[in-house]
Design a protein around this ligand. Structure first.
Ligand code: FAD
Length: 394
């Protein structure tokens, strides 16, 4: 089988890319390992940056987001020195987030793509990308019935995440892989409960970080810093809520609305960047290109931005033979990626004690630095503007 562009993965990156290519008249197919139901129900991101909304608007993909998403522009830090709020939507460049669960966005994108007549194969796992040293790459894939197929293409877009086939297929030595582990682990929770505060909540506590993020009127995301290696189900619900109360200082600042925990997942705050984002006719976008720790909510936003840049470059190459966009794709995206990595690293250091705090003689020093950093953020308008610009930027 063949297509001009074979796209691996139907997350935000693959679907935006598929839609834009299809709209530009390019013959493409998306191969997706999971079922349609799984893709449409996988809860992950929720905070969409102004750039993302502009991109989706530009291509008529933001109807659901405008109808059901909510604008959001405040975060609250809770520390041993009390709490303070930053109305980041009124600081910096005045950008706000839209809160819209990623699975709803993915559902909208998928419906749009299918409505255009776009081709997608669910439960079809890409096994490898081959012949990337030439001009006619191919993808081997396992079909739902276990048969294997080979797709030939002019270009392959790896939008299949960190553990996908695209990364695995890069020949040894063809790219550099920069990995960094922040040494922190989070337990991510989805609670069947309305939000407890009208802001993103970041609690900094001796027990570790706790976070609160709105999702929908009925569902709220919470995070607890978690001991690495401990399974997600190690604590009963009651203990989790009690610990959230302690770290969010509920006794001081008001109770948390409790509810059934719908989902738990453990995430190591590790990140990486592949450089360049290309080997011959194989291009990487989204988490396949770079993984970010979720502390600053950048991953889905970068995925959409990179998909738009790649779609334009592929359309230029396939319709006009102009490969200038493909040649600069990696450099353009890496500029955004490193900026997002830098801010995410800053946020991660702001929210957590260093992992070695118990044994480390420098633990007091690090705690004092963090306290001072928070004091600067609380009091310095210039620091607040910098924060706001980076917090909503991609
Ligand atoms: P994905 O969404 O991972 O999609 C990749 C697709 O490829 C998947 O559908 C997968 O099934 C498929 N696939 C994998 N391997 C294969 C294969 N071999 N063959 C075929 N298909 C394959 N980002 C934000 O911007 N804001 C947030 O608020 C935020 N919160 C987050 C919270 C959590 C708990 C987590 C885990 C992440 C969060 N992120 C956030 C990050 C964001 O979810 C990801 O960065 C985003 O999903 C990346 O999109 P993608 O299209 O590159 O990859």
């Amino acid at each position: 089988e063949s297509a001009d562009v074979v796209v691996l993965g139907a997350g935000p990156a693959g679907l935006v890319l598929g839609i834009l290519l299809h709209t530009a008249g390019i013959d493409c197919v998306i191969l997706e390992r999971a079922s349609r139901t799984h893709v449409q129900t996988r809860a992950r991101a929720g905070f969409l940056a102004p750039t993302t909304v502009r991109i989706l608007d530009r291509h008529g993909l933001a109807d659901g987001l405008h109808r059901h998403g909510r604008r959001h522009g405040t975060c609250e830090f809770r520390t041993e020195d009390g709490r303070f709020r930053l109305d980041y939507g009124a600081l910096g460049h005045g950008g706000q987030h839209h809160v819209y669960p990623q699975q709803h966005l993915v559902t909208d994108l998928l419906n749009h793509y299918l409505g255009l007549g776009g081709r997608i194969r669910f439960r079809t796992e890409a096994l490898g990308v081959h012949d990337t040293d030439g001009t006619r790459p191919s993808v081997t894939a396992c079909e739902p019935d276990g048969r294997s197929t080979r797709w030939t293409a002019r270009y392959v877009a790896g939008c299949d995440g960190r553990y996908g086939a695209a990364r695995r297929s890069l020949p040894p030595g063809s790219v550099r892989h920069h990995a960094y582990d922040h040494g922190v682990t989070w337990l991510g929770l989805l609670a069947e409960a309305p939000a407890s505060l009208d802001a993103v909540g970041y609690a900094i506590h001796d027990h570790g970080f706790a976070g609160h993020m709105a999702r929908t009127p009925e569902v709220t995301r919470y995070y607890l810093q978690w001991e690495r290696g401990t399974p997600a189900d190690a604590w009963p619900e009651q203990r989790i809520w009690d610990e959230l109360d302690v770290r969010m200082r509920a006794a001081e600042h008001g109770p948390l609305r409790r509810g059934r925990l719908l989902e738990r997942g453990v995430f190591d705050l590790a990140c990486d960047v592949v450089e360049p984002l290309r080997h011959g006719p194989l291009f990487l976008a989204g988490d396949a290109a770079s993984l970010l720790a979720p502390a600053a909510a950048k991953g889905a936003n970068l995925a959409v931005l990179e998909a738009e840049i790649l779609a334009e470059a592929l359309a230029d190459a396939l319709t006009r033979g102009d490969t200038a966009g493909l040649d600069t794709y990696s450099d353009r995206c890496l500029e955004h990626i490193w900026r997002a990595q830098e801010f995410t690293g800053w946020m991660t250091r702001l929210l957590h004690a260093p992992p070695d705090r118990d044994q480390d003689a420098g633990s007091f020093f690090h705690a004092a630095l963090r306290r001072s950093r928070l004091a600067s953020l609380r009091t310095s308008r210039i620091h607040q503007d910098w924060f706001a610009e980076n917090y909503v930027g991609v």
